[in-house]
Design a protein around this ligand. Structure first.
Ligand SMILES: Nc1nc2c(ncn2[C@@H]2O[C@H](COP(=O)(O)OP(=O)(O)OP(=O)(O)O)[C@@H](O)[C@H]2O)c(=O)[nH]1
Ligand SMILES: [Mg+2]
Length: 427
């Protein structure tokens, strides 16, 4: 659809800080215990809905967002400082997808809403954490866990400010065509409009609002009769409803009765929809037979406390007054908006429960072991330290990797790659 704005960005969360390996050194304490502190947590990349951002334009020039790394731990059990989060400001209505899988990670529909799209790495544990009854002086400390990184697709769904509702053929599509550049199909049979259409209405320099035209409603719409309730959700998030009525009663309809019936359907569909402010728009006033109904509709609007406009989509009579009033009402409604209820921060983690060990061979007949958990441990292990190496070997045995490699025909001295490291395999 023409109103979808798109962007592609890369995000990288901060790595956890390295844990420290050190020992207490005090006067009169010749052999102090391990006192290396943990590294700090890496910063997250967080999307936040900002009402001052209206488009995804910024992401065409700025495509990389990186959060700060955690600081390393230090002696005397000092923990490293956590890395700062990286905040990415996006417009209301942004949908965030994982570029690799297409999976929707976040649907940001409220001002202030936040979503963590890349999680910072855990800080590495200092050697103080590895002390146990059997290992009183561990020299081993972990490196920090690498932060998540991923490519994201951003999509901005244009949310309509105003929705048009009414019976079929009352002139909803004619109205949107008259006030915007939208060009929906218009015809003298029912259900001409089959899918929602959005139109941007301009009120002079830099001031616009978005109007949504939906298929006509009939009795039973809330139950799915006609084109039904599927389309009502498109206007549930609008701020204002233009209730369009055929004042000329071209179909031999009863205009006042139509107004009631449509409102019953709206209410049956959702209380929220029924409670949206409405403006009553009597259309087709260019036709002489409208005269007898316009007064009745005007009185109806007075009784209901609604603003009333008698217009003609065909001759554009009174349409300027209508859209100027709508623009003004929208400004007022925006000013009195209650502080957004902000959803709890959602965390989207690439770590899945299923983490299979995958063994592949490269062109040089070397072995490549893929396993997210193991790769993470490789990144966090200091292999120059004998204890770190032993710990890695322990996890290696736990995952039964020797047997898996042997089943694939590994021989003495063959190179094995895991993440960034490689080593020679020996029985
Ligand atoms: N005379 C006159 N005819 C109008 C006016 N507005 C719409 N019409 C006619 O009414 C018929 C229906 O108009 P549409 O705009 O397609 O009505 P709609 O409400 O979108 O109808 P659905 O999409 O079927 O729900 C068409 O033949 C239009 O030309 C008007 O102001 N004056
Ligand atoms: Mg239509």
């Amino acid at each position: 659809m023409q109103f979808i704005d798109k962007g592609k960005i890369s995000v990288r969360a901060g790595d956890g800080g390295a844990g420290k390996s050190s020992f207490r050194r005090e006067k009169f304490v010749p052999k102090g215990g391990p006192d290396g502190g943990d590294g700090g947590h890496g910063g997250n990349v967080v999307m936040v809905v900002d009402e001052n951002v209206n488009t995804l334009l910024n992401f065409r020039y700025n495509r990389k967002f990186t959060a700060e790394n955690g600081a390393a731990g230090d002696r005397k059990n000092q923990f490293g400082r956590g890395g700062e989060d990286c905040l990415v400001k996006v417009p209301l209505g942004t949908v965030v997808r994982d570029a690799a899988t297409g999976e929707i990670l976040a649907d940001l529909a409220q001002v202030g809403q936040r979503a963590i799209v890349a999680k910072g790495g855990r800080g590495g544990r200092g050697n103080a954490k590895f002390k146990s009854s059997s290992r009183r002086a561990p020299t081993f400390a972990e490196f920090g866990e690498p932060g998540e990184s991923r490519d994201l697709l951003l999509e901005l769904k244009l949310l309509a400010d105003v929705g048009l509702v009414g019976y079929p053929s009352v002139g909803k599509s004619s109205l949107i065509a008259a006030v915007s550049s939208a060009r929906p199909e218009i015809a003298d049979y029912h259900f001409t409009t089959l899918t929602p259409v959005l139109g941007v209405v301009s009120l002079g320099y830099e001031k616009t609002f978005v109007m949504a035209d939906i298929p006509g409603l009939i009795e039973g719409a809330a139950d799915g009769v006609g084109l039904g309730h599927e389309f009502l959700r498109h206007i549930e998030r609008t701020k204002l409803i233009l209730h369009v009525i055929d004042a000329a009663a071209v179909d031999g309809r009863e205009p006042v009765e139509d107004f009631r019936k449509i409102n019953v359907e709206l209410k049956r569909y959702s209380e929220k929809l029924a409670n949206l402010p409405q403006i009553l728009v009597a259309n087709k006033t260019d036709l002489p037979q409208s005269n007898e109904h316009v007064d009745a509709l005007k009185q109806l609007a007075e009784r209901e406390g609604l603003k009333f406009f008698a217009v003609s989509a065909a001759t554009h009579e009174n349409l300027d007054a209508l859209i100027n009033f709508v623009g003004q009402r929208l400004d007022e409604l925006a000013a009195q908006v209650e502080p957004a209820q902000i959803d709890a921060v959602k965390v989207f983690n690439v770590d899945k429960d299923d983490d299979p060990v995958i063994i592949e061979r490269n062109d040089a007949a070397e072995f490549i072991v893929r396993n997210r958990n193991l790769e993470k441990i490789v990144a966090m292990t200091n292999f120059d330290n004998a204890e770190g190496l032993r710990r890695f070997q322990f996890i290696w045995r736990m995952k039964n990797l020797d047997a898996l490699l042997k089943a694939r025909g590994i021989t003495e001295g063959t190179t094995v790659h895991i993440g960034d490291i490689e080593f020679e395999w020996h029985e």
